[in-house]
Structure formats: C-alpha cells, structure tokens
Design a protein around this ligand. Structure first.
Ligand SMILES: [Zn+2]
Ligand SMILES: [Zn+2]
Length: 258
C-alpha cells in the first residue's frame, strides 16, 4: 500500500512536470514567433544578454520541477486521502471556482511578492529573478527554490483554500503559466483585453516591475496595485501606448497584402 502510494505520488509529480515543461516550452516558442512579427514594437530598447537567457532557461527547468512537486503533492493528497474542500458542482460552479482561484492566487502572489521585496528577504530569495532587467519569455520561471516556496506554494494548499475540482486548478495553473510567459516576453501582446482601465495585467505591467522594481507586484489583475498605491504612475499611459504601438505595427505588416 505504501509502495503503491509512493508510486502514485511520483507519477503525479512527473505528469505535472511534463505538462508544465511542455506548456512553458510551447508558449516560449509561440511567443518568439509572434515577437518577430511585431519586432518594431519592442517595449525596451535594451537587449537581454545571451548568458542571462541561457541562465533563465536552465533555472526554469529546475523551478518548474519545484512547482510540479508542490502542485502534484497537493493534488495527490486530495486524490489519495480526500484532503481539501469538496468542489462546487456543475459548469457554473467550475467557472466560479476558476474565478475565485484567480482572485485568491493574485492576492497570495501580490502580498508574498511584496514581502520578498523587503530588504531582509530580497537578497537571498528574489534577487535572482530580477537580475534579468529586460525579461524574455524564458525568464518567467527563473527563480530560486526559496522564491517558489513563497510565491508558488499556493498550489500545494489550494485545495484547502477554495472548493475547486482538480481540473479547475490545473486550468488555472496553465493560465498562469501561459500568461506568465507572455508577461515576460518583452512585447505588448495584451491587446484591447488589457487596455486600462481593464483589470487584466498587460505585458507592460510586469515589464515595468523588472525595470522599476518597486511597483506592479500583482500577477493577474491590477486591482491590488491600484488599491495599495503600488501601480507605477506611468502604468496606464505606457500600457495604452504599447498596446497602440503593437496594433500599429501589426496593421503595417498586414498592409502590403491587402
Ligand atoms: Zn519582484
Ligand atoms: Zn518577472
């Protein structure tokens, strides 16, 4: 029995790791393709040093394993022992749980992210991620293990916090993985969905976090940053400008064919 349980834990963590690495890689390659189509609309003029890109690629594979271990363990405890809240039923219940999980994780991320920016924690917890000032898609998961314990341990305990079915939590994690990679891409892909005052974060939001450091701490929505006064004063203006610039480059690129 113990051996069967150990095998099911290993299989769960391995499956989650495979899904996360595949999603990370596929999104990075897809974003690189999209970036080339709108090359002129790059947010920062600065180029990212090649050695930092390779560092971020290597570290992301390790970090994704740590996230898979936490997500997989949370799922395994729920599936094997029934540890956690019973999920809402039906389609409406799943949508409600998905939205609830987005808001809850965004709150978790915002406050722990602010905590690891304090002088006592920053040097040994979060500095690694910020060494890349001009992020690329591959930078998304480049964090120290201890950084993951702060920001990503949500996935270990999520079943205790929100009555969401395992598929709903996985859908949320994949949303987080894809939008996180896009958010580090260096080009504004947000479009009208993210144009302020939309509460959805744009690429500009996290790009400013890497540039200016003490602002824009949230991950899904701009709500906490607005509420707590941590949104960069130029955020809305720059996000609108970058969204408009991307749209203009797309129009120009399409023009000869029309
Ligand atoms: Zn940070
Ligand atoms: Zn980042």
């Amino acid at each position: 029995m113990a051996l069967e349980r150990a095998i099911s834990w290993i299989a769960t963590v391995a499956a989650v790791y495979a899904i996360l690495v595949a999603t990370y890689g596929a999104t990075c390659f897809a974003v690189a393709r999209l970036n080339r189509q709108i090359a002129a609309a790059k947010i920062q003029a600065r180029e990212t040093p090649q050695h930092l890109i390779r560092r971020d690629q290597r570290q992301s594979l390790l970090s994704l394993f740590a996230i898979a271990a936490m997500f997989g363990t949370g799922h395994w405890l729920y599936a094997e022992f029934g540890w956690g809240l019973r999920p809402f039923g039906g389609v409406a219940g799943s949508i409600l749980a998905f939205l609830g999980s987005l808001i809850l994780f965004d709150t978790w991320f915002y406050w722990f992210h602010r905590l690891i920016h304090t002088p006592a924690l920053y040097p040994w917890v979060h500095r690694w991620h910020h060494l890349t000032v001009t992020p690329v898609a591959w930078s998304n998961n480049s964090d120290r293990l201890v950084d993951n314990l702060f920001l990503q341990s949500y996935w270990l305990v999520a079943h205790f916090l929100i009555p969401a079915a395992p598929a709903v939590l996985l859908a949320h994690k994949l949303y987080d993985q894809v939008t996180g990679v896009i958010g580090h891409s260096g080009w504004e892909h947000g479009g009208s969905w993210c144009r302020p005052p939309s509460p959805l974060v744009s690429v500009t939001h996290h790009d400013q976090h890497h540039r200016y450091f003490r602002c824009n701490y949230a991950t899904h929505f701009t709500l906490w940053d607005r509420l707590m006064g941590t949104l960069h004063p130029e955020h809305d203006a720059e996000a609108r400008r970058n969204i408009t610039a991307t749209a203009a480059v797309r129009r120009t690129a399409r023009a000869p064919a029309e």
